[in-house]
Write a protein that binds this ligand. Sequence first.
Ligand SMILES: Nc1ncnc2c1ncn2[C@@H]1O[C@H](COP(=O)(O)OP(=O)(O)OP(=O)(O)O)[C@@H](O)[C@H]1O
Length: 232
Amino acid sequence: MKRRNEQKNVICACMTSTRNLGHDGFPGRKFTEASKSENWSKEVNHEDDSDILIECRNVYKSFGEKHILRGVSFKIRHGEAVGIIGPSGTGKSTILKIIAGLLAPDKGEVYIRGRKRSGLIGDDEISGLRIGLVFQSAALFDSLTVRENVGFLLYENSSMSDDQISQLVTENLAAVGLKGVEERLPSELSGGMKKRVALARSIICDITKESIEPEALDTMKTIGNASLTRTS
Ligand SMILES: Nc1ncnc2c1ncn2[C@@H]1O[C@H](COP(=O)(O)OP(=O)(O)OP(=O)(O)O)[C@@H](O)[C@H]1O
């Protein structure tokens, strides 16, 4: 994954070798020395906290008797791209859902750009935090073409013409390395291509946010299972 723009920041949850972090001039930082979430707090000390975009403080989350997150604390700074690494079922997606406001923590706090997230994503007071999601399952609409999936929000909620939307869709697909797939159905794509289509859908929301109703943006953010969160 390469950073295209200094203003974009990406957090991802994945199962990948730690050696992939920090390559290609890409600032990687490892939270986890072990899979347990209580070890996620290890991080480099910075003197200046003014560039913190996302901060989790002592976050706890259980599902019934399963204590998944036990005091997770970390800060993510402007310009950083951070991978959360760990075995399946250790809570990577759970912490992303909490950051994005799809789940509430049992205890602890999440700050986005210094603002405490005290509710879920649909709450008025936190609208406009501009967190985009790409879902683990891609969460594409099976019966819609790639063009319709990526432009979904715009077709439904903007005043843009079909031609304008179409052009934006093509540009955003090209930005994620996909060309000539606009008229395909999701079933005709590989798993990786589906993920990139989902990423294009997330990016298009950000680029065109001025022309979209705020409530529609919130709706778009809540579909599916998050594996990657992007803020700008
Ligand atoms: N809504 C839920 N209800 C009950 N249990 C849940 C719920 N969501 C997640 N869990 C449980 O919490 C644990 C952590 O799930 P999570 O999806 O965060 O793991 P993960 O680290 O992202 O896993 P993977 O790498 O396999 O995607 C798992 O045991 C899962 O079964």
